[in-house]
Design a protein around this ligand. Structure first.
Ligand SMILES: Cc1cc2nc3c(=O)[nH]c(=O)nc-3n(C[C@H](O)[C@H](O)[C@H](O)COP(=O)(O)OP(=O)(O)OC[C@H]3O[C@@H](n4cnc5c(N)ncnc54)[C@H](O)[C@@H]3O)c2cc1C
Length: 439
C-alpha cells in the first residue's frame, strides 16, 4: 500500500494529491480490541477519529485533524464459508489481496471496479462500483459487517442482525463507525470474455439500450474533441481461457494506456492546443481485441497516470441525453480535455446512500490530468449532471451539500437519523461529512 503517504512532516496526502490533512496522531491497530481502545482514547482526549484506506478518494472523505486510523495491520482472510458462499475479511485488506486469495480458493466476487489497490472497507464505504447489467457495486455484495461505534463497542450487522444499520453502513462514508471486518458473497470462480472495440459516439449512443441489454457488463469511453469511443463488453464464458498475450498486453496496457498516455498528457498540459489532435490519435491507438480470463484480470488494470475525477450517477434512462449534452458543452467550449469520459451502469440496489439506491443508474466520469486546472470543466459537467438529478460518487470531486442530497436521495433522512443515534457527538465527523450530511 503505497499511497496515503505520511511523510516525516506528519502530513497525509491522497493518491491524486488534491487533499492533504494533518492528523493530531496516527494509530495502526493490530486487532479489534486495539481499535476500540483507540476510539475510546480519542474520546477521552476530545479528538475526532477517521479510518483511512489507501487514500484513493478524490474527496476529503478520509481527511482528519484528529486520530488517523491506518489499515495496514488489520488485513487478511478471517473465514471462508463454502456452504453459504461467503468470505469474511479484515477491513484493511486490499482488494488485490482478496481477489488473489479468492482465486486460489476457486472463488470470486461477482463484480468490481477497474483497479484493486483500495482496501475493502475504503472501497465499499464510498460505493465503489464497476459496470453491470444485473450485478451492482462491491458494497451490494456485502452480507455482513462488523464495526466499532463511537462508544468503542463492536456492532455486527446483516440482513437479520441490526438490519437498519446494515441498510446504511454498507456505504457509510465513514460516518457511522469504523469497519473492522466485512463478509462478502462470493461465487465459484468463472471466466469472462472481454471484447474491446472502437465505435463512433453516434453508434454507441444510438444503440446504447441494445448494448446494455445484450451484455452482462458493458462500458465505454468517449474521447472529448472526437466522435470516437472505445467499448468493452464482458460476458461469462465457458472458456477456454485466452489471456491477453503478455507482449501485446504489456504493449497495450502498459505502453499505450499508461506510458504513451502519460507522455501525451504532459504534452497536452504544456500546450493545450495540441490536445484535440492527441485525442484523435489516442482514441484510435487501441484496436479491437478479445480475451478470456478470470474476473479480476478482466475487470481491473493498472492506472499509473494520475488524474482528478468527478463521477455522477444519473437515471439510466437519462444517460444518452446527458452524455449528448456533455459532448455539446465540450464542443462549444474552449476547454481542452485529454482524458476520455468513462460510462458504466449499475442496477438499482437497496443501500440507503448508494448512488444506485432504488434506481437503475448510469455513471458518467470526467477526468483531468493531475496538475491541470479542472474546475471549469467539472463545474460545467456538474451543472449538466445535477439537472438530471445526478448523484455524485462519494469518493470523487463534487460540490454538492446536504440540502441537495435530501432532494436526490429519498432515504437521506433515514441515514442522518441513524448517524444521530450511532454517533451523536460526531466522533467520526470531518469537514466533508459536515458538508454532505449536515451538522
Ligand atoms: C486510479 C483510481 C481508480 C478508481 N477506480 C474506481 C472505480 O473503478 N469505481 C469506483 O467506483 N471508484 C473508483 N475509484 C474511487 C475509489 O475506489 C474510492 O474513492 C474508494 O473509496 C477508495 O478506497 P480507499 O481504500 O483508498 O479508501 P479512502 O479513500 O482512504 O477512504 C474512503 C472512505 O472510506 C472510509 N474508510 C476507510 N476505511 C474505513 C473503515 N475501516 N471503516 C469505516 N470507514 C472507512 C474513509 O474514512 C473515507 O471516508 C478509483 C480511484 C482511483 C484513484
Amino acid at each position: 500500500m503505497k499511497s496515503t503517504v505520511s511523510g516525516k512532516s506528519g502530513t497525509w496526502r491522497n493518491w491524486a494529491g488534491n487533499v492533504t490533512a494533518r492528523p493530531a496522531r496516527e494509530v495502526t491497530p493490530a486487532s479489534v480490541d486495539e481499535l476500540s481502545a483507540a476510539v475510546r482514547r480519542a474520546a477521552e482526549d476530545g479528538l475526532r477519529v477517521k479510518a483511512v484506506g489507501t487514500g484513493h478518494s478524490f474527496t476529503a472523505a478520509a481527511a482528519t485533524d484528529g486520530v488517523l486510523i491506518r489499515p495496514q495491520l488489520l488485513t487478511g482472510i478471517r473465514r471462508i464459508d463454502r456452504d453459504n458462499g461467503t468470505v469474511t475479511v479484515e477491513a484493511g485488506t486490499p482488494l488485490r489481496r482478496l481477489n488473489l486469495a479468492l482465486a486460489r480458493e476457486g472463488l470470486s466476487l461477482t463484480n468490481m471496479g477497474d483497479i484493486m489497490e483500495q482496501t475493502v472497507s475504503g472501497a465499499t464505504s464510498t460505493g465503489t462500483h464497476g459496470t453491470g447489467r444485473d450485478s451492482a457495486s462491491i458494497a451490494a455484495q456485502i452480507t455482513g459487517l462488523e464495526l466499532v461505534t463511537a462508544d468503542g463497542s463492536v456492532l455486527a450487522c446483516s440482513e437479520k442482525e441490526n438490519p437498519d444499520v446494515f441498510a446504511a453502513a454498507r456505504i457509510g462514508i465513514g460516518a457511522l463507525g469504523i469497519i473492522t471486518a466485512i463478509t462478502f458473497s462470493v461465487e465459484p470462480l468463472f471466466l469472462l470474455s472481454a471484447r474491446e472495440e472502437p465505435m463512433s459516439f453516434d453508434e454507441v449512443t444510438g444503440s446504447f439500450d441494445e448494448l446494455f441489454t445484450e451484455n452482462e457488463h458493458f462500458e465505454f469511453y468517449w474521447f472529448p474533441h472526437t466522435g470516437n469511443c472505445n467499448t468493452k463488453r464482458n460476458n461469462r464464458s465457458v472458456g477456454p481461457e485466452k489471456p491477453v498475450g503478455t507482449v501485446r498486453g504489456l504493449y497495450e496496457d502498459e505502453f499505450l494506456s499508461n506510458g504513451v498516455f502519460q507522455a501525451a498528457n504532459y504534452v497536452g498540459r504544456a500546450v493545450p492546443a495540441t490536445i484535440p489532435s492527441i485525442a484523435r490519435i489516442s482514441s484510435r491507438a487501441l484496436s479491437a481485441r478479445t480475451y478470456t480470463d478470470i474476473p479480476y484480470k478482466v475487470f481491473t488494470s493498472p492506472r499509473r497516470v494520475r488524474f482528478t475525477e468527478m463521477e455522477y450517477a444519473v437515471p439510466r434512462a437519462a444517460l444518452v441525453e446527458t452524455l449528448r449534452e456533455l459532448k455539446a458543452m465540450v464542443d462549444r467550449s474552449p476547454l481542452r480535455i485529454s482524458f476520455p469520459v468513462e460510462v458504466r451502469t449499475a442496477p438499482a440496489d437497496d443501500i440507503t446512500l448508494s448512488t444506485a439506491s432504488g434506481r437503475d443508474s448510469a455513471y458518467i466520469a470526467v477526468h483531468m490530468f493531475r496538475g491541470t486546472p479542472y474546475q471549469a470543466y467539472f463545474t460545467a459537467a456538474e451543472r449538466i449532471f445535477t439537472a438530471h438529478g445526478g448523484r455524485p460518487h462519494w469518493g470523487k470531486v463534487h460540490t454538492r451539500d446536504a440540502e441537495y442530497f435530501a432532494g436526490v436521495y429519498p432515504r437521506f433522512g433515514e441515514f442522518t437519523a441513524l448517524r444521530d443515534r450511532l454517533d451523536p457527538e460526531r466522533r467520526f465527523g470531518n469537514d466533508y461529512l459536515r458538508r454532505i450530511l449536515g451538522d
